[in-house]
Design a protein around this ligand. Sequence first.
Ligand code: 4AD
Ligand code: MG
Length: 462
Amino acid sequence: ERKTIAQLYRAAEQKEGPVKVCGWVRTLRASKSLGFIELNDGSCFKNLQVVFEDGKVEGFKELSKLNVGSALMVEGTLVLTPDARQPFEVHAAAIEVEGPSTPDYPLQKKRHSVEFLRTIAHLRPRTNLYSAAFRVRSVAAYALHKFFNENGFVYAHTPLITGSDCEGAGEMFRVTTLDMQDPPRSEDGSIDYSQDFFGKETSLTVSGQLNAECMALAFGKVYTFGPTFRAENSNTPRHAAEFWMIEPEIAFADLQDDMDLAEAMLKSVIGYVLEQCPDELAFFDQFVDKGLLERLNKLVNAEFSRCTYTEAVEILEKVKDRFEYPVYWGCDLQTEHERYLTEQVFGQPVFVTDYPKEIKAFYMRLNDDGKTVAATDLLVPGVGEIIGGSQREERLDVLRERMQEMGLKEEDYSWYMDLRRFGSAKHAGFGLGFERLIMYITGIQNIRDVLPFPRTTGSAEF
Ligand code: 4AD
Ligand code: MG
Protein backbone atom coordinates (compact mmCIF):
# COMPACT_ATOMS: atom_id res chain seq x y z
CA GLU A 1 0.00 0.00 0.00
CA ARG A 2 1.28 3.43 -0.94
CA LYS A 3 2.04 5.88 1.88
CA THR A 4 2.77 9.58 1.91
CA ILE A 5 5.95 10.75 3.56
CA ALA A 6 3.84 12.57 6.17
CA GLN A 7 2.21 9.29 7.08
CA LEU A 8 5.58 7.60 7.47
CA TYR A 9 6.73 10.31 9.86
CA ARG A 10 3.74 9.79 12.15
CA ALA A 11 5.16 8.02 15.18
CA ALA A 12 2.81 5.07 15.05
CA GLU A 13 3.87 4.31 11.49
CA GLN A 14 7.56 4.30 12.27
CA LYS A 15 8.08 0.58 12.16
CA GLU A 16 10.28 -1.46 9.90
CA GLY A 17 8.70 -3.20 6.95
CA PRO A 18 7.77 -2.88 3.29
CA VAL A 19 6.70 0.54 1.96
CA LYS A 20 5.80 2.23 -1.28
CA VAL A 21 6.15 6.01 -1.79
CA CYS A 22 5.96 8.43 -4.72
CA GLY A 23 7.61 11.81 -5.00
CA TRP A 24 10.16 14.07 -6.64
CA VAL A 25 13.93 14.02 -6.29
CA ARG A 26 15.22 16.94 -4.24
CA THR A 27 18.84 15.81 -4.22
CA LEU A 28 20.75 12.79 -5.37
CA ARG A 29 24.27 11.66 -4.70
CA ALA A 30 25.76 8.35 -5.74
CA SER A 31 29.06 6.57 -5.65
CA LYS A 32 29.96 3.53 -7.73
CA SER A 33 27.60 1.19 -5.99
CA LEU A 34 25.61 3.18 -3.47
CA GLY A 35 23.20 6.09 -3.94
CA PHE A 36 21.11 8.41 -1.75
CA ILE A 37 18.02 10.27 -2.83
CA GLU A 38 16.19 12.93 -0.84
CA LEU A 39 12.61 12.43 -1.96
CA ASN A 40 9.82 14.93 -1.33
CA ASP A 41 6.13 14.38 -2.01
CA GLY A 42 4.65 17.64 -0.69
CA SER A 43 2.68 15.90 2.07
CA CYS A 44 4.95 17.42 4.66
CA PHE A 45 8.05 19.39 5.06
CA LYS A 46 10.40 16.50 5.49
CA ASN A 47 12.20 14.55 2.82
CA LEU A 48 12.52 10.81 2.79
CA GLN A 49 15.98 9.39 2.40
CA VAL A 50 15.99 6.59 -0.15
CA VAL A 51 19.06 4.39 -0.28
CA PHE A 52 19.68 2.42 -3.45
CA GLU A 53 22.42 -0.06 -4.03
CA ASP A 54 23.86 -1.72 -7.08
CA GLY A 55 22.66 -5.29 -7.27
CA LYS A 56 19.65 -4.56 -5.05
CA VAL A 57 17.76 -2.37 -7.51
CA GLU A 58 17.50 -2.74 -11.22
CA GLY A 59 19.11 -0.02 -13.32
CA PHE A 60 21.52 1.36 -10.73
CA LYS A 61 23.61 3.18 -13.36
CA GLU A 62 20.65 5.05 -14.86
CA LEU A 63 19.22 5.85 -11.44
CA SER A 64 22.49 7.31 -10.24
CA LYS A 65 22.40 9.74 -13.17
CA LEU A 66 18.84 10.97 -12.54
CA ASN A 67 18.36 14.70 -12.55
CA VAL A 68 16.90 16.68 -9.69
CA GLY A 69 13.15 17.06 -10.14
CA SER A 70 12.53 13.56 -11.50
CA ALA A 71 9.31 11.85 -10.42
CA LEU A 72 9.76 8.42 -8.85
CA MET A 73 7.83 5.53 -7.45
CA VAL A 74 9.89 3.72 -4.83
CA GLU A 75 9.24 0.32 -3.31
CA GLY A 76 11.43 -0.97 -0.53
CA THR A 77 11.88 -1.53 3.16
CA LEU A 78 11.60 1.08 5.86
CA VAL A 79 14.59 0.80 8.17
CA LEU A 80 14.84 2.66 11.47
CA THR A 81 18.06 4.64 11.84
CA PRO A 82 18.08 5.93 15.41
CA ASP A 83 21.68 7.12 15.19
CA ALA A 84 21.28 9.11 11.99
CA ARG A 85 19.92 12.63 11.40
CA GLN A 86 16.62 11.25 10.16
CA PRO A 87 14.71 8.63 12.19
CA PHE A 88 14.40 6.20 9.29
CA GLU A 89 15.22 5.64 5.64
CA VAL A 90 13.97 3.43 2.86
CA HIS A 91 16.18 0.80 1.30
CA ALA A 92 14.93 0.56 -2.24
CA ALA A 93 14.05 -2.77 -3.85
CA ALA A 94 12.64 -1.13 -6.99
CA ILE A 95 12.64 2.42 -8.29
CA GLU A 96 10.41 3.29 -11.19
CA VAL A 97 11.06 6.55 -12.99
CA GLU A 98 7.63 8.01 -13.69
CA GLY A 99 9.03 11.09 -15.34
CA PRO A 100 12.69 12.06 -15.62
CA SER A 101 13.91 15.65 -15.43
CA THR A 102 16.69 17.48 -17.20
CA PRO A 103 19.83 19.32 -16.04
CA ASP A 104 18.18 22.69 -16.77
CA TYR A 105 15.49 22.08 -14.12
CA PRO A 106 15.34 25.52 -12.49
CA LEU A 107 15.10 24.32 -8.89
CA GLN A 108 18.61 23.12 -8.27
CA LYS A 109 19.71 22.79 -4.68
CA LYS A 110 20.59 26.32 -3.75
CA ARG A 111 18.79 29.28 -2.27
CA HIS A 112 16.65 31.10 -4.81
CA SER A 113 15.24 34.59 -4.33
CA VAL A 114 11.47 34.94 -4.05
CA GLU A 115 11.64 37.36 -6.98
CA PHE A 116 13.08 34.62 -9.18
CA LEU A 117 10.66 32.02 -7.85
CA ARG A 118 7.70 34.26 -8.74
CA THR A 119 8.75 33.95 -12.37
CA ILE A 120 8.32 30.17 -12.13
CA ALA A 121 5.02 30.02 -10.25
CA HIS A 122 4.30 26.68 -11.93
CA LEU A 123 7.30 25.06 -10.24
CA ARG A 124 7.73 26.99 -7.01
CA PRO A 125 5.24 24.88 -4.99
CA ARG A 126 8.06 22.31 -4.97
CA THR A 127 10.29 24.50 -2.81
CA ASN A 128 10.27 24.42 0.98
CA LEU A 129 9.01 27.98 1.33
CA TYR A 130 6.00 27.69 -0.96
CA SER A 131 5.28 24.10 -0.05
CA ALA A 132 4.94 25.22 3.56
CA ALA A 133 3.00 28.39 2.70
CA PHE A 134 0.41 26.62 0.58
CA ARG A 135 -0.02 23.80 3.08
CA VAL A 136 -0.66 26.38 5.80
CA ARG A 137 -3.12 28.05 3.42
CA SER A 138 -5.00 24.79 3.02
CA VAL A 139 -5.04 24.03 6.74
CA ALA A 140 -6.18 27.58 7.58
CA ALA A 141 -9.03 27.35 5.06
CA TYR A 142 -10.18 24.12 6.65
CA ALA A 143 -9.86 25.66 10.13
CA LEU A 144 -12.13 28.54 9.10
CA HIS A 145 -14.82 26.22 7.78
CA LYS A 146 -14.45 24.13 10.93
CA PHE A 147 -14.82 27.15 13.22
CA PHE A 148 -17.95 28.44 11.53
CA ASN A 149 -19.60 25.06 11.21
CA GLU A 150 -18.93 24.21 14.84
CA ASN A 151 -20.52 27.52 15.80
CA GLY A 152 -23.78 27.06 13.95
CA PHE A 153 -23.06 29.14 10.84
CA VAL A 154 -24.53 28.34 7.44
CA TYR A 155 -22.04 28.48 4.57
CA ALA A 156 -23.59 30.81 1.99
CA HIS A 157 -22.49 30.90 -1.65
CA THR A 158 -22.70 34.38 -3.07
CA PRO A 159 -22.41 35.33 -6.74
CA LEU A 160 -19.16 36.39 -8.39
CA ILE A 161 -20.92 38.32 -11.14
CA THR A 162 -22.91 41.21 -9.79
CA GLY A 163 -24.73 44.37 -10.75
CA SER A 164 -23.86 46.30 -7.59
CA ASP A 165 -20.70 47.87 -6.21
CA CYS A 166 -20.78 46.87 -2.54
CA GLU A 167 -17.90 49.05 -1.43
CA GLY A 168 -18.77 51.96 -3.70
CA ALA A 169 -15.11 52.47 -4.46
CA GLY A 170 -15.48 51.99 -8.21
CA GLU A 171 -12.83 49.28 -8.33
CA MET A 172 -14.82 46.78 -10.35
CA PHE A 173 -13.72 44.59 -13.25
CA ARG A 174 -16.44 44.79 -15.89
CA VAL A 175 -18.07 41.64 -17.22
CA THR A 176 -19.59 42.17 -20.62
CA THR A 177 -20.45 40.46 -23.88
CA LEU A 178 -20.68 43.75 -25.74
CA ASP A 179 -18.08 44.68 -28.31
CA MET A 180 -16.48 47.49 -26.38
CA GLN A 181 -14.70 48.76 -29.51
CA ASP A 182 -18.10 49.64 -30.88
CA PRO A 183 -20.75 49.24 -28.19
CA PRO A 184 -24.46 49.87 -28.83
CA ARG A 185 -25.41 53.38 -27.74
CA SER A 186 -28.57 54.91 -26.34
CA GLU A 187 -29.87 58.18 -27.76
CA ASP A 188 -27.93 60.21 -25.21
CA GLY A 189 -24.71 58.51 -26.33
CA SER A 190 -24.22 56.34 -23.24
CA ILE A 191 -23.56 52.62 -23.67
CA ASP A 192 -26.80 50.64 -24.00
CA TYR A 193 -26.39 47.74 -21.61
CA SER A 194 -29.88 46.39 -22.34
CA GLN A 195 -28.21 44.42 -25.14
CA ASP A 196 -25.57 43.01 -22.82
CA PHE A 197 -25.76 39.39 -21.64
CA PHE A 198 -27.45 40.25 -18.37
CA GLY A 199 -29.34 43.23 -19.76
CA LYS A 200 -27.43 45.53 -17.45
CA GLU A 201 -23.94 46.60 -16.56
CA THR A 202 -22.24 43.91 -14.48
CA SER A 203 -18.89 43.33 -12.82
CA LEU A 204 -16.93 40.81 -10.80
CA THR A 205 -17.82 41.14 -7.14
CA VAL A 206 -15.69 43.16 -4.71
CA SER A 207 -17.48 41.60 -1.73
CA GLY A 208 -20.25 39.09 -1.08
CA GLN A 209 -21.56 41.14 1.80
CA LEU A 210 -24.86 42.44 0.43
CA ASN A 211 -25.90 38.91 -0.52
CA ALA A 212 -24.61 37.59 2.80
CA GLU A 213 -26.89 40.09 4.56
CA CYS A 214 -29.90 38.59 2.75
CA MET A 215 -28.84 35.14 3.89
CA ALA A 216 -28.15 36.27 7.49
CA LEU A 217 -31.64 37.73 7.73
CA ALA A 218 -32.96 34.27 6.94
CA PHE A 219 -30.48 31.98 8.71
CA GLY A 220 -29.23 34.16 11.57
CA LYS A 221 -25.57 33.29 11.19
CA VAL A 222 -23.88 32.79 7.83
CA TYR A 223 -20.45 33.07 6.29
CA THR A 224 -19.04 33.21 2.80
CA PHE A 225 -15.61 32.05 1.68
CA GLY A 226 -14.78 32.82 -1.91
CA PRO A 227 -12.81 34.85 -4.41
CA THR A 228 -13.27 38.60 -4.73
CA PHE A 229 -11.90 40.98 -7.31
CA ARG A 230 -10.65 44.53 -7.13
CA ALA A 231 -9.26 46.60 -9.92
CA GLU A 232 -7.28 48.81 -7.59
CA ASN A 233 -4.22 49.86 -9.44
CA SER A 234 -2.06 49.72 -6.35
CA ASN A 235 1.15 47.85 -6.75
CA THR A 236 1.72 47.08 -3.07
CA PRO A 237 2.84 44.01 -1.14
CA ARG A 238 -0.67 43.69 0.37
CA HIS A 239 -3.03 44.11 -2.59
CA ALA A 240 -4.06 41.56 -5.18
CA ALA A 241 -6.62 41.95 -7.97
CA GLU A 242 -8.06 38.54 -7.07
CA PHE A 243 -8.09 37.50 -3.44
CA TRP A 244 -10.16 35.32 -1.15
CA MET A 245 -12.41 36.74 1.50
CA ILE A 246 -14.28 35.22 4.43
CA GLU A 247 -17.40 37.21 5.25
CA PRO A 248 -19.46 36.20 8.27
CA GLU A 249 -22.75 38.02 8.81
CA ILE A 250 -24.75 37.73 12.03
CA ALA A 251 -28.31 38.87 12.79
CA PHE A 252 -29.51 40.27 16.12
CA ALA A 253 -25.95 41.39 16.72
CA ASP A 254 -24.09 44.67 17.09
CA LEU A 255 -20.54 45.88 16.56
CA GLN A 256 -19.33 44.46 19.89
CA ASP A 257 -20.67 41.02 18.95
CA ASP A 258 -18.97 41.42 15.58
CA MET A 259 -15.57 42.10 17.14
CA ASP A 260 -16.02 39.27 19.64
CA LEU A 261 -16.69 36.95 16.72
CA ALA A 262 -13.64 38.16 14.78
CA GLU A 263 -11.42 37.68 17.80
CA ALA A 264 -12.74 34.18 18.56
CA MET A 265 -12.42 33.19 14.90
CA LEU A 266 -8.80 34.33 14.60
CA LYS A 267 -7.75 32.65 17.82
CA SER A 268 -9.43 29.44 16.78
CA VAL A 269 -7.86 29.39 13.31
CA ILE A 270 -4.39 30.31 14.49
CA GLY A 271 -4.62 27.79 17.34
CA TYR A 272 -5.53 25.09 14.84
CA VAL A 273 -2.67 25.95 12.50
CA LEU A 274 -0.22 26.00 15.44
CA GLU A 275 -1.41 22.52 16.30
CA GLN A 276 -1.44 21.08 12.77
CA CYS A 277 1.57 22.75 11.17
CA PRO A 278 4.35 22.82 13.78
CA ASP A 279 7.10 22.05 11.26
CA GLU A 280 5.92 24.69 8.80
CA LEU A 281 5.66 27.37 11.48
CA ALA A 282 9.06 26.44 12.91
CA PHE A 283 10.48 26.90 9.41
CA PHE A 284 8.88 30.34 9.00
CA ASP A 285 10.05 31.29 12.48
CA GLN A 286 13.61 30.35 11.57
CA PHE A 287 13.90 31.60 8.00
CA VAL A 288 11.20 34.20 7.37
CA ASP A 289 10.19 36.00 10.55
CA LYS A 290 12.09 35.48 13.78
CA GLY A 291 9.73 35.69 16.73
CA LEU A 292 6.73 34.51 14.72
CA LEU A 293 5.93 31.54 16.96
CA GLU A 294 6.16 33.60 20.09
CA ARG A 295 3.81 36.18 18.58
CA LEU A 296 1.26 33.59 17.44
CA ASN A 297 1.33 31.75 20.76
CA LYS A 298 0.85 35.01 22.61
CA LEU A 299 -2.04 35.98 20.37
CA VAL A 300 -4.16 32.93 21.09
CA ASN A 301 -4.26 33.83 24.77
CA ALA A 302 -4.22 37.63 24.73
CA GLU A 303 -7.23 39.90 24.66
CA PHE A 304 -7.13 42.11 21.56
CA SER A 305 -7.02 45.87 22.12
CA ARG A 306 -9.85 48.15 21.07
CA CYS A 307 -9.74 51.89 20.43
CA THR A 308 -11.85 54.39 18.53
CA TYR A 309 -10.73 56.08 15.35
CA THR A 310 -10.81 59.41 17.22
CA GLU A 311 -8.45 58.07 19.90
CA ALA A 312 -6.21 56.57 17.21
CA VAL A 313 -5.94 59.91 15.40
CA GLU A 314 -5.04 61.65 18.69
CA ILE A 315 -2.24 59.14 19.24
CA LEU A 316 -0.98 59.49 15.67
CA GLU A 317 -1.10 63.28 15.63
CA LYS A 318 1.42 63.36 18.49
CA VAL A 319 3.99 61.63 16.26
CA LYS A 320 2.87 62.91 12.88
CA ASP A 321 6.41 63.82 11.82
CA ARG A 322 7.36 60.21 11.40
CA PHE A 323 4.72 59.63 8.71
CA GLU A 324 4.73 60.28 5.00
CA TYR A 325 0.94 60.83 4.87
CA PRO A 326 -0.79 63.58 6.89
CA VAL A 327 -2.85 62.67 9.95
CA TYR A 328 -5.99 64.59 10.89
CA TRP A 329 -9.51 63.73 12.00
CA GLY A 330 -11.24 62.64 8.82
CA CYS A 331 -8.22 61.16 7.07
CA ASP A 332 -8.20 57.58 5.89
CA LEU A 333 -5.58 55.66 7.87
CA GLN A 334 -2.65 54.57 5.71
CA THR A 335 -0.67 51.38 6.17
CA GLU A 336 2.12 53.27 7.95
CA HIS A 337 -0.41 54.62 10.47
CA GLU A 338 -2.04 51.26 10.95
CA ARG A 339 1.26 49.52 11.50
CA TYR A 340 2.45 52.15 13.93
CA LEU A 341 -0.70 51.69 16.02
CA THR A 342 -0.59 47.92 16.15
CA GLU A 343 3.20 47.52 16.34
CA GLN A 344 4.39 50.48 18.40
CA VAL A 345 1.39 51.55 20.48
CA PHE A 346 -0.53 48.38 21.27
CA GLY A 347 2.06 45.72 20.43
CA GLN A 348 -0.71 43.31 19.41
CA PRO A 349 -3.88 43.16 17.31
CA VAL A 350 -6.15 46.17 17.77
CA PHE A 351 -9.70 46.88 16.64
CA VAL A 352 -10.12 50.50 15.57
CA THR A 353 -13.79 51.50 15.63
CA ASP A 354 -16.17 54.32 14.75
CA TYR A 355 -14.67 55.88 11.65
CA PRO A 356 -15.92 59.10 10.04
CA LYS A 357 -18.84 58.26 7.76
CA GLU A 358 -17.23 60.10 4.83
CA ILE A 359 -14.47 57.51 4.45
CA LYS A 360 -16.67 54.43 4.82
CA ALA A 361 -19.28 52.59 2.76
CA PHE A 362 -22.99 53.44 2.56
CA TYR A 363 -24.27 50.41 4.47
CA MET A 364 -22.53 51.13 7.77
CA ARG A 365 -24.71 52.07 10.72
CA LEU A 366 -24.70 55.75 11.61
CA ASN A 367 -23.70 56.41 15.22
CA ASP A 368 -25.67 58.76 17.47
CA ASP A 369 -23.09 61.51 16.96
CA GLY A 370 -24.20 61.72 13.32
CA LYS A 371 -20.56 61.90 12.22
CA THR A 372 -19.18 58.41 12.68
CA VAL A 373 -20.31 54.94 11.72
CA ALA A 374 -20.21 51.64 13.63
CA ALA A 375 -17.27 50.29 11.66
CA THR A 376 -14.22 48.35 12.74
CA ASP A 377 -10.90 47.47 11.19
CA LEU A 378 -8.66 44.90 12.83
CA LEU A 379 -4.99 45.86 12.56
CA VAL A 380 -2.25 43.33 13.23
CA PRO A 381 1.52 43.69 13.55
CA GLY A 382 3.47 43.10 10.36
CA VAL A 383 0.49 43.42 8.03
CA GLY A 384 -1.85 46.24 9.09
CA GLU A 385 -5.55 45.80 8.25
CA ILE A 386 -6.66 42.20 7.92
CA ILE A 387 -10.35 42.64 8.73
CA GLY A 388 -12.86 45.32 7.79
CA GLY A 389 -16.35 45.13 9.23
CA SER A 390 -19.32 47.01 10.58
CA GLN A 391 -22.73 46.96 12.06
CA ARG A 392 -25.12 47.52 9.18
CA GLU A 393 -27.67 50.30 8.91
CA GLU A 394 -30.94 48.51 9.67
CA ARG A 395 -33.15 51.66 9.75
CA LEU A 396 -34.77 52.20 6.37
CA ASP A 397 -35.05 55.99 6.64
CA VAL A 398 -31.45 56.47 7.77
CA LEU A 399 -30.17 54.12 5.05
CA ARG A 400 -32.18 55.97 2.42
CA GLU A 401 -30.71 59.28 3.53
CA ARG A 402 -27.17 57.92 3.45
CA MET A 403 -27.68 56.53 -0.03
CA GLN A 404 -28.96 59.84 -1.28
CA GLU A 405 -25.97 61.60 0.26
CA MET A 406 -23.67 59.24 -1.58
CA GLY A 407 -25.52 59.46 -4.87
CA LEU A 408 -26.68 55.83 -4.95
CA LYS A 409 -29.88 55.10 -6.84
CA GLU A 410 -32.55 53.53 -4.69
CA GLU A 411 -33.95 51.49 -7.56
CA ASP A 412 -30.60 49.70 -7.90
CA TYR A 413 -30.83 48.54 -4.29
CA SER A 414 -34.56 47.93 -3.84
CA TRP A 415 -33.92 44.30 -2.88
CA TYR A 416 -31.36 45.41 -0.31
CA MET A 417 -33.80 47.93 1.12
CA ASP A 418 -36.51 45.23 1.32
CA LEU A 419 -34.42 43.66 4.07
CA ARG A 420 -35.17 46.82 6.07
CA ARG A 421 -38.86 46.66 5.22
CA PHE A 422 -39.57 43.05 6.06
CA GLY A 423 -38.36 42.02 9.48
CA SER A 424 -35.37 44.27 9.71
CA ALA A 425 -33.04 43.33 12.55
CA LYS A 426 -29.82 44.79 13.74
CA HIS A 427 -27.00 42.85 12.16
CA ALA A 428 -23.27 43.02 11.63
CA GLY A 429 -20.47 41.32 9.77
CA PHE A 430 -16.93 41.61 8.56
CA GLY A 431 -14.57 40.58 5.80
CA LEU A 432 -11.32 38.80 6.55
CA GLY A 433 -8.76 38.98 3.76
CA PHE A 434 -7.57 35.39 3.53
CA GLU A 435 -4.17 36.26 2.03
CA ARG A 436 -3.57 38.87 4.71
CA LEU A 437 -4.32 36.19 7.30
CA ILE A 438 -1.81 33.82 5.70
CA MET A 439 0.78 36.61 5.61
CA TYR A 440 0.17 37.14 9.30
CA ILE A 441 0.44 33.44 10.18
CA THR A 442 3.57 32.79 8.11
CA GLY A 443 5.36 36.12 8.43
CA ILE A 444 5.59 36.27 4.62
CA GLN A 445 5.73 39.94 3.66
CA ASN A 446 4.36 39.89 0.12
CA ILE A 447 0.89 38.82 -0.99
CA ARG A 448 2.47 37.43 -4.18
CA ASP A 449 4.03 34.70 -2.06
CA VAL A 450 0.91 33.43 -0.31
CA LEU A 451 -1.23 33.07 -3.45
CA PRO A 452 -0.26 30.08 -5.60
CA PHE A 453 -0.90 32.02 -8.80
CA PRO A 454 -1.17 35.69 -7.88
CA ARG A 455 -3.16 38.15 -9.95
CA THR A 456 -1.64 41.55 -9.34
CA THR A 457 -1.21 44.53 -11.64
CA GLY A 458 0.58 43.40 -14.75
CA SER A 459 0.70 39.70 -13.92
CA ALA A 460 -1.76 37.13 -15.19
CA GLU A 461 0.71 34.52 -16.40
CA PHE A 462 0.33 30.89 -15.27
O1 4AD B 1 -12.31 46.36 4.16
P1 4AD B 1 -12.95 45.71 2.98
O2 4AD B 1 -12.98 46.45 1.71
O3 4AD B 1 -14.40 45.31 3.47
C1 4AD B 1 -15.39 44.77 2.68
O4 4AD B 1 -15.28 44.41 1.56
C2 4AD B 1 -16.66 44.50 3.46
N1 4AD B 1 -17.76 44.38 2.49
C3 4AD B 1 -16.49 43.27 4.29
C4 4AD B 1 -17.68 42.95 5.12
O5 4AD B 1 -18.01 43.68 6.02
N2 4AD B 1 -18.36 41.84 4.84
O6 4AD B 1 -12.22 44.32 2.71
C5 4AD B 1 -12.15 43.34 3.74
C6 4AD B 1 -10.76 42.77 3.83
C7 4AD B 1 -9.68 43.79 4.15
O7 4AD B 1 -9.60 44.03 5.54
C8 4AD B 1 -8.43 43.11 3.63
O8 4AD B 1 -7.96 42.15 4.56
C9 4AD B 1 -8.96 42.36 2.42
O9 4AD B 1 -10.36 42.23 2.59
N3 4AD B 1 -8.67 43.06 1.17
C10 4AD B 1 -7.72 42.71 0.30
N4 4AD B 1 -6.83 41.70 0.31
C11 4AD B 1 -5.99 41.59 -0.73
N5 4AD B 1 -5.99 42.40 -1.80
C12 4AD B 1 -6.86 43.42 -1.88
N6 4AD B 1 -6.88 44.20 -2.95
C13 4AD B 1 -7.78 43.62 -0.79
N7 4AD B 1 -8.77 44.49 -0.53
C14 4AD B 1 -9.29 44.14 0.66
MG1 MG C 1 -11.15 48.00 4.61
